[in-house]
Design a protein. Structure first.
Length: 291
């Protein structure tokens, strides 16, 4: 008898251990996927910067072909060497080195301004040279190709960032709404309602940033107007009225939320719609009816 009990206990412990290991593995995989997407975003940003440096190098090379003034040519040679050196630094920099990437990104603006000043000088010196126009056609083609590649990378960068942003948005499920009378008993009669009670669950999201959040509740009455406006928040560039708000501390795990609203106005019969907002996004909605 004792032996069978031990077998049952050991089996139960093994099952619990397996369940814990599976939960840990699943959480690590979700975090790993989020890290991969952020890494891809950083790599795309670095690739876009490298193409910009290469574009500067191509433009300096074409300027060198056009310059007949030795002093100006020496200055352009020096700036091209600086551009090539910065490109090598960027290529040897890890995409995750945020400080170095930020420094090299600032250098792009400086290089662009210097390059533009030389382009203006060369154009003014060679304005009447028709042969120069023919030679410039090749560089223009190369620039267009480089710009097209930069544009494509920028689009990929934006799409990936949008994907990461959407993955980090919160979502709510399991909505419930109750209308309570003065005895805190549920009622469906509009004239007896003294308080609204409603709740939902914010689903688990390991990609979302942890920390304090403000939850806004907005109820639309049957006539289309907002119930009990207490203030406004911004949603899709517009100030939207809310009836209640609540501060929560979000840690990435599923969290149950309950909110209350004391009724201070006349309620008409009909269908009421409840909307919940967090971080400027609507994360869920529900409805209830009163007679």
């Amino acid at each position: 008898m004792k032996k069978s009990i031990w077998i049952v206990l050991i089996t139960a412990l093994l099952l619990l251990l397996l369940a814990a290991c599976y939960y840990l593995w699943q959480s690590l995989e979700e975090q790993k996927q989020a890290n991969v997407e952020l890494q891809e975003l950083a790599e795309l940003d670095k690739a876009e910067m490298e193409d910009q440096y290469r574009l500067f190098d191509i433009q300096y090379g074409e300027l060198q072909k056009q310059i007949r003034n030795d002093s100006l040519l020496a200055l352009v040679d020096k700036e091209r060497e600086r551009t090539q050196e910065l490109l090598r630094e960027l290529q040897n920099t890890k995409a995750t080195d945020a400080r170095e990437i930020a420094r090299l990104k600032k250098e792009i603006a400086s290089l662009r301004a210097v390059l533009q000043s030389y382009i203006v000088q060369v154009d003014s010196l060679n304005r009447a040279n028709e042969e120069l126009r023919t030679e410039n056609s090749e560089i223009k083609t190369q620039i267009n190709e480089a710009n097209t590649r930069i544009s494509n990378i920028s689009n990929e960068n934006f799409q990936l960032k949008d994907k990461v942003d959407k993955a980090a948005q919160l979502d709510a499920t399991g909505f419930w709404c109750k209308a309570l009378n003065k005895r805190s008993k549920q009622t469906d009669k509009a004239k007896d309602v003294k308080k609204f009670s409603f709740g939902f669950s914010i689903v688990k999201n390991v990609t979302a940033k942890n920390g304090q959040r403000t939850v806004y509740a907005r109820i639309i009455k049957p006539n289309g107007s907002a119930y009990k406006p207490q203030g406004t928040f911004t949603y899709q560039g517009t100030n939207v009225e809310y009836c209640e708000k609540k501060y929560i501390e979000y840690d990435g795990q599923e969290q149950s939320i309950t909110m209350y609203s004391d009724v201070e106005e006349f309620l008409e019969a009909g269908t009421y719609r409840l909307f919940i907002f967090v971080d400027g996004q609507m994360i869920g909605e529900s409805s209830f009816s009163l007679n």
